[in-house]
Design a binder for this molecule. Structure first.
Ligand SMILES: Nc1ncnc2c1ncn2[C@@H]1O[C@H](COP(=O)(O)OP(=O)(O)OP(=O)(O)O)[C@@H](O)[C@H]1O
Ligand SMILES: [Mg+2]
Length: 256
């Protein structure tokens, strides 16, 4: 579904790129998580994939069609909500559809449908300042889902939430992803979150940002209704990923 080939990107010095030879494929309905130390280029990679940033080399395609710029095939959920403060929840959730020229009645009906799906059916007319952080992130997710993208990109969407809300939203996201067979590329700093949510965890290294390993999590989703985190298999994958990340973190410290 999503194919990323040979991305390279430098912001300043091309002899020292942020991303080099970054290639990845995400199959239809698959949930893949990118994990790596701060500054390794995760956001840069996602911004290139969504089409907000141009790579120096490499290509992105969706469903075998080149997809270099922003398109309705791809939707992004950001860490910091990115809601318009002057718009109600429903009008924020309808924003992507508005950009696509969808008539008002249809787009508001669709936005309401997705707000209900994320558990905000009673808050359609609330403004962002009247919503908690978790609720704002639900609006961000509804806005992304409302355009029915082929690929959902999420950049640490739960990073600024408290631990309980985070767990609640992880459960909600899993359920929606399975029900709607979504194709997701998700970024996180949390090994637990990555293993909990993903079919595959992709570990990035630093200098340059590149993929250094992949771990398959062969457990059916959604993993709700039982404590998958307490499973020995979860602990086994976690320690393997952590060993790799520890080496990469040491390398970032040497530079700092
Ligand atoms: N607009 C920019 N101009 C110059 N350098 C940038 C720019 N954006 C990012 N960088 C640099 O590129 C590197 C990768 O940044 P990026 O934001 O992609 O990392 P990240 O893996 O998402 O980090 P974090 O986990 O902290 O969000 C960093 O060294 C950063 O300083
Ligand atoms: Mg980032």
């Amino acid at each position: 579904m999503l194919k990323i080939e040979g991305l390279r990107k430098s912001y300043t010095d091309d002899s020292n790129p942020v991303l080099a030879d970054f290639s990845l494929e995400v199959r239809r309905g698959e949930f893949v998580t990118l994990i790596g130390p701060s500054g390794c280029g995760k956001t840069t990679a996602l911004r290139i994939i969504t089409g907000l940033l141009k790579p120096d080399a490499g290509a992105v395609s969706v469903d075998d069609r080149p997809s270099p710029g922003p398109s309705r095939d791809k939707a992004m959920v950001f860490q910091h909500f990115n809601l318009f403060p002057w718009r109600s929840a429903i009008k924020n959730a309808a924003y992507g559809l508005e950009m696509q020229g969808v008539p008002e009645k249809t787009r508001l009906a669709t936005a309401a449908e997705y707000l209900r799906l994320v558990g905000l059916g009673k808050h359609l007319d609330y403004f962002p300042w009247q919503l908690s952080g978790g609720m704002r992130q639900r609006v961000g997710l509804a806005r992304a889902l409302a355009i029915r993208p082929k690929v959902l990109l999420m950049d640490e969407p739960f990073g600024s939430l408290d631990a309980l809300t985070r767990e609640q939203l992880q459960g909600m996201l899993q359920k929606i992803c399975v029900e709607q067979n979504l194709t997701v590329l998700f970024v996180t700093h949390s090994t637990d979150e990555a293993i909990y949510l993903s079919d595959r965890v992709v570990v990035m290294g630093v200098r340059p940002g590149r993929i250094i390993a992949e771990f398959a999590v062969n457990v059916p989703r959604p993993r709700i209704g039982y404590d998958w985190r307490a499973d020995p298999e979860h602990a086994r994958i976690r320690s393997q990923i952590w060993n790799l990340l520890e080496q990469q973190l040491e390398r970032t410290e040497v530079v700092a």
